[in-house]
Design a protein around this ligand. Sequence first.
Ligand SMILES: CC(=O)N[C@H]1[C@@H](OP(=O)(O)OP(=O)(O)OC[C@H]2O[C@@H](n3ccc(=O)[nH]c3=O)[C@H](O)[C@@H]2O)O[C@H](CO)[C@@H](O)[C@@H]1O
Ligand SMILES: C=C(OP(=O)(O)O)C(=O)O
Length: 416
Amino acid sequence: MQKIIVEKSPPLKGTVRISGAKNSVLPILAATLLSTEKCELEDVPNLKDVDVICEVLAALGSDIKRTSRGKIEVNSATIDNNEAPYELVRKMRASFLVMGPLLARMGRVRISLPGGCAIGTRPIDLHLKGFAALGADIQVGHGFVEAHTKQLRGDRIYLDFPSVGATENIMMAATLAEGETVIENAAEEPEIVDLANFLNKMGANIKGAGTNTIKIKGVNNLKGTTHLVIPDRIEAGTYMIAAAITGGDVVIENVLTNHVKPIMAKLKEAGVSIIDDGDKVRVQSDGILKAIDVKTLPYPGFPTDMQAQFMSMMSIAKGTSVIIETVFENRFMHVDELKRMGANIKIEGRSAIIQGTDKLLGAPVKATDLRAGAALILAGLIADGTTEIGNVYHLDRGYSDIEQKFSKLGAKIYRV
Ligand SMILES: CC(=O)N[C@H]1[C@@H](OP(=O)(O)OP(=O)(O)OC[C@H]2O[C@@H](n3ccc(=O)[nH]c3=O)[C@H](O)[C@@H]2O)O[C@H](CO)[C@@H](O)[C@@H]1O
Ligand SMILES: C=C(OP(=O)(O)O)C(=O)O
């Protein structure tokens, strides 16, 4: 089993380039199923999750070529299978995003239920509610969802919660529905906008992505296009904290600073200097951090995918911080691991109360999920001694070239 070893490191210095966003490229790759022509994607990150969604597409009959580093061509002109099997869907929840495109393109889909994961139960009721409103006949049983329709028809769909995945899945299905679909209380994340831009370039008619009301007028078919994936705001935020926690000076390139406003605001509140240059950001810190309170919310609120990394930072801040997790019901699995490193954290319901300590101590720990893994690397950078992180496959799901990027900034990190 692989491990990532992190040793106490000097203040990080230098420049790091952020890769294309995992949470954009996954729905965009799913959306290529809607096209009867070849699509070409650029700045595709080097991630396990990308490999998995490509395996799903290949199983459905898409032809996938990795033409050069960061470039993928997908041709779904002749897809012939509408079943996404358990073995693939269980590897990655985002595989469920092929449901909307398959239903719209083929009129029939059978897909394994994705199940829960370490951060919560993560139901798919809102996705199914949306497909039913569009006229799909849906059956759930034996661990699978089956849906079919002669022709999807546009409707008004109000989401009880602005779910990212449900908004994406319904938006993709609606592109080929008859008439207009309106998604109300839609998620507003930048990745939704990126997906809508991609679909519009394919010939879809989507307006309002990035607001809470998205209108989709159905079209007859979608064609091929090329698309540059937006930068990963969570990867950017993770390196911003790496600079802050080590008292470093790091320039983060290929970031859309508009997408990381809550992260920059909270870092400033903690006493970190942020120079915002639009598509790059310089983060400087003397390593003396003030306690801050954070509440995770749907975009444009503070992202739940940055909660664990902030918790590492708050573990060595001066004073008491409170982090409230409102998006997922069980996203505090990293707390016990941080406590193994000497952090002083108490959980009360959906709140974590963090009493900053003077130092953390290296320890054997395990990544309980993707961002928990990132949080442990961050803690390891400042902990005395050596931190050994197990279950690193979580990190490989979502961080491109992680040891190389950290090493280039002067971090003492390697994989065994
Ligand atoms: C691949 C991808 O883009 N993943 C992101 C996406 O996940 P994902 O799309 O799964 O997250 P959602 O926005 O759907 O989930 C948010 C909340 O809504 C609930 N819910 C969701 C769907 C549903 O049908 N019913 C329901 O109750 C979930 O259990 C959760 O409590 O958004 C999350 C919230 O920003 C991020 O943490 C993930 O990194
Ligand atoms: C929770 C995450 O991803 P996913 O929805 O793919 O599990 C994440 O990126 O932190």
